[in-house]
Design a protein around this ligand. Structure first.
Ligand SMILES: C[S@@+](CC[C@H](N)C(=O)[O-])C[C@H]1O[C@@H](n2cnc3c(N)ncnc32)[C@H](O)[C@@H]1O
Ligand SMILES: Nc1nc2[nH]cc(C(=O)O)c2c(=O)[nH]1
Ligand code: SF4
Ligand SMILES: [Mg+2]
Length: 208
């Protein structure tokens, strides 16, 4: 007699929100993507635009199978895992399951906790409040530095030097300071054309 085992993952993750939208930032800006926002962050950026994500206990534990089944109901096949700081959690089961459903797996991370999961695209947004790990600097497909004041340009170059040769380089104005920072970024990119501007377009067009 043969025994068939069905491997249903029992893993759960603290889920703050999930939504199907367009990627508003970076290299994949404008593309349809399903966002999975996990709770928990130990970095504490003063200008963080999603502070409600920080306390993982405020968000329900949801089964990976539920997260991926919901995501798969939409036609897009990019899944962006964000937070909070998603790498506070082991993401192996989540990316395995997303790949099985045909998703390209993207992550938004500060890089400050060890890498888990298998990623088709890693967006590293380094933070002064908790530095990224060297192996994540090397593995990143894009570096996206938030510019909060004019000293941040030199700081961005430090991380560009640690990134791989093919890593795309983005400068993103801190949202509340964009009126002051965007002109500085414009001039900086004119002088340093290896960088590209990233503008959080979802906030201009009022989508999540
Ligand atoms: C909310 S974070 C979550 C993922 C991860 N914790 C991180 O920081 O990369 C997602 C992206 O939003 C950026 N971000 C957060 N607050 C911002 C703000 N006030 N202005 C511009 N970008 C911001 C982060 O740098 C990051 O690239
Ligand atoms: N549309 C949209 N694009 C995004 N790109 C990165 C985001 C994030 O919060 O990680 C984000 C987000 O919150 N919304
Ligand atoms: S690392 Fe990301 S989620 Fe955490 S405080 Fe900074 S911007 Fe917010
Ligand atoms: Mg966001």
């Amino acid at each position: 007699m043969s025994v068939t085992t069905i491997n249903i993952s029992t893993d759960t993750l603290p889920l703050m929100e999930r939504f199907y939208t367009i990627q508003g930032e970076g290299y994949h800006q404008g593309r349809a993507a399903y966002f999975i926002r996990l709770g928990g962050c130990d970095v504490g950026c003063v200008w963080c635009d999603v502070k409600d994500s920080w306390d993982a206990d405020k968000h329900p534990q949801v089964a990976v199978s539920d997260i991926v089944t919901e995501a798969a109901a939409y036609p897009g096949r990019i899944a962006v895992v964000t937070g909070g700081e998603p790498l506070l959690h082991n993401l192996d089961a989540l990316t395995r399951s997303l790949h099985k459903q045909g998703f390209h797996t993207h992550i938004e991370t500060s890089g400050s906790s060890p890498l888990s999961g298998k990623w088709d695209w890693i967006t590293l947004s380094p933070k002064k409040f908790k530095a990224p790990l060297p192996e994540i600097c090397k593995a990143a497909h894009e570096l996206k530095v938030v510019i909060f004041n004019k000293t941040d340009f030199a700081w961005a170059e430090k991380y560009a030097a640690l990134a791989g040769k093919h890593c795309k380089l983005y400068l993103q104005p801190e949202w509340e300071r964009s009126a002051e920072m965007t002109p500085l970024i414009t001039e900086y990119i004119k002088d340093h054309p290896e960088w590209t501007m990233s503008l959080q377009i979802h906030k201009y067009i009022n989508v999540p």
